[in-house]
Design a protein around this ligand. Structure first.
Ligand SMILES: Cc1ncc(COP(=O)(O)O)c(C=O)c1O
Length: 412
C-alpha cells in the first residue's frame, strides 16, 4: 500500500509488526555531514544502492548527494529512474554503473542509464568498452590494491585470491588509453582516519603514476566518517590534497554512512521460554530481515522496549551511538532474543534487560536501515516487515505492506 495522504502520528493506524521504521530527520542529519565533507574536499558523493535502495526517502537525500552507484543492471536502472532521471542540468545527478560481472545482453540497457560505467576486470572492459565508447560514456576500471581496512574476511575486497578488481600494473597500463577513471573500494566500516590515510598512501605508492593520467577516482564506501569524533576536516583535507596532486575528481560511495542510525525494526514478542536463560521469540527473523547480523555474527542493538516506538523523537536515537542495552554472556538472568525462523541460530542478540520480556511486548532494534531491506527474503514464509517512514514534518507514511500474495508471487 502506498499511503497517499500521510496521517499525523497521533491519529496513526500502524501496520502490524514487524516493520522497518525509517526516520527522515536522522537521514538528513547524516546527509548534512556528507554534504559538509563534499564541500570541504571537493569530492562528490554517490549513494551506494547495494546498501540502501528504499527510494521512498530519496527526495530528502537528493539535495545533498551527487547521484547513485550500483552493482547490477537492476540497481543502475533504479538509480536512474528514482534519483538520476528527469533532473534539470543544474541539478543533474550522476548514475554510475558497476558490476562484478555483466552479461553481454545487459550492456545495452546498462548504457541507457549510466553516466559512467566501471568494469571489474580487464576482460570485461575489453569485451564491452567499444559499446560504451560508441555512446560517449566514460569507462572506468576497478583496481585492487591488495590491502584493505576490513575486520571481516568475508567482506574483505583484498582477501586472498580476490576477484574484486585488477592489481597488475603492467596489465592496467596497457588499457589506460581506454579508461578515464578508476574505482577502488577497500574499506569496510573503517572509523579510523589514520588507517584510511595510510591505506590511501599505499594506493598512491602502488598506482600513483596511473592516477596521474586519469580524470576521476572513486574511493568507494566503507569510510565511517559519521562516527562520533571522526576528524571530518582532516579527511576532507586528505581528499582535497589527493585530488589536487593527481588532478582527479574524487568520488565517494557512502552506503552505510548515508543511513546509519536512521532505521529501526519494530517487532513483537510472540513467545517466551526458559532453557538455562530467558528465551524470547519475536515475530521477525535475522535471516530474513537483518541478514548481516547472521553473516557477521553481530547483535542487534535494542533501542526501545515497550515504548511507543513510533513516537521516539527522531534524534532520541543517536544515529552514531547505538549500542546494546547491555550484553553479558556470564549473567544467569540474561535474555536471548530469537527470531521466529527455524534456523537454530536465528538470534538478534543476548541482553541483560531491566525487566523480563513477556508475550505482546514491543522490542525495537536499531541500525536496521543498511543492508536490511535490500537483502530481505521470504525464508520460512515469515511475514515481511512493512516499510514505514517518519517524514521530516513528523507525519508517518506507511510506504509499503507485504502480504501472502507477495510471498506467493516471489515463487512460482
Ligand atoms: C564498490 C562499493 N562501493 C560502495 C560500497 C558501500 O559501502 P558502505 O555501505 O560500507 O559505505 C560497497 C560495499 O560493499 C562497495 O562494494
Amino acid at each position: 500500500m502506498n499511503a497517499k495522504n500521510p496521517v499525523p502520528t497521533t491519529n496513526l493506524s500502524l501496520p502490524l509488526t514487524p516493520y522497518y521504521l525509517l526516520d527522515e530527520a536522522a537521514i538528513v542529519a547524516n546527509m548534512q555531514i556528507i554534504a559538509r565533507l563534499c564541500e570541504l574536499s571537493g569530492a562528490k558523493a554517490l549513494l551506494a544502492l547495494k546498501c540502501f535502495a528504499t527510494w521512498g526517502v530519496f527526495d530528502v537525500m537528493q539535495p545533498y548527494l551527487h547521484g547513485t552507484t550500483s552493482s547490477s543492471l537492476n540497481e543502475v536502472r533504479l538509480g536512474y529512474e528514482t534519483f538520476g532521471k528527469g533532473r534539470d542540468s543544474e541539478n543533474k545527478k550522476e548514475t554510475h554503473a558497476y558490476s562484478v560481472a555483466y552479461s553481454a545482453d545487459e550492456i545495452p540497457e546498462v548504457l541507457e542509464y549510466a553516466d559512467k560505467i566501471i568494469f571489474n576486470s580487464i576482460s570485461q572492459l575489453n569485451a564491452f568498452k567499444d559499446q560504451a565508447a560508441a555512446q560517449n560514456i566514460p569507462v572506468g576500471l576497478r583496481l585492487n590494491p591488495k590491502t584493505s581496512n576490513s575486520s571481516f574476511i568475508i567482506a574483505d575486497p583484498a582477501r586472498p585470491f580476490s576477484r574484486l578488481g585488477e592489481h597488475n600494473k603492467d596489465s592496467i597500463a596497457a588499457i589506460l588509453k581506454d579508461i578515464t577513471g578508476v574505482m577502488i573500494h577497500n574499506n569496510c566500516e573503517n572509523d579510523s582516519f589514520d588507517a584510511f590515510s595510510e591505506s590511501l598512501a599505499d594506493i598512491e605508492v602502488k598506482f600513483g603514476d596511473i592516477l596521474q593520467q586519469l580524470e576521476w577516482v572513486s574511493l568507494g564506501g566503507g569510510i565511517h566518517f559519521i562516527a562520533p569524533h571522526y576528524p571530518l576536516e582532516q579527511l576532507a583535507e586528505r581528499l582535497k590534497t589527493f585530488s589536487t596532486k593527481y588532478g582527479v575528481q574524487v568520488y565517494l560511495e557512502p552506503g552505510e554512512a548515508s543511513i546509519h542510525g536512521a532505521g529501526t525494526l519494530v517487532t513483537t514478542v510472540l513467545d517466551t521460554m526458559y532453557n538455562e536463560k530467558n528465551l524470547v521469540v519475536v515475530d521477525s527473523s535475522i535471516e530474513a530481515h537483518m541478514l548481516d547480523l547472521l553473516i557477521y555474527r553481530e547483535s542487534a542493538p535494542i533501542v526501545a522496549v515497550n515504548s511507543d516506538a513510533i513516537n521516539i523523537a527522531p534524534l532520541d536515537i543517536d544515529p552514531t551511538n547505538i549500542a546494546p542495552i547491555s550484553e553479558n554472556t556470564e549473567s544467569a538472568d540474561n535474555t536471548i532474543i530469537y527470531g521466529r525462523s527455524c534456523l537454530a541460530g536465528d538470534i538478534f542478540g543476548e541482553y541483560t534487560l531491566a525487566n523480563t520480556l513477556k508475550v505482546g511486548d514491543a522490542v525495537t532494534f536499531g541500525n536496521a536501515a543498511g543492508y536490511t531491506m535490500v537483502k530481505k527474503n521470504w525464508f520460512n514464509g515469515v511475514n515481511m516487515p512493512a516499510i514505514v517512514i517518519r517524514r521530516l514534518d513528523g507525519t508517518i507514511d506507511i510506504q509499503r505492506e507485504f502480504d501472502y500474495q507477495d510471498y506467493k508471487a516471489s515463487l512460482s
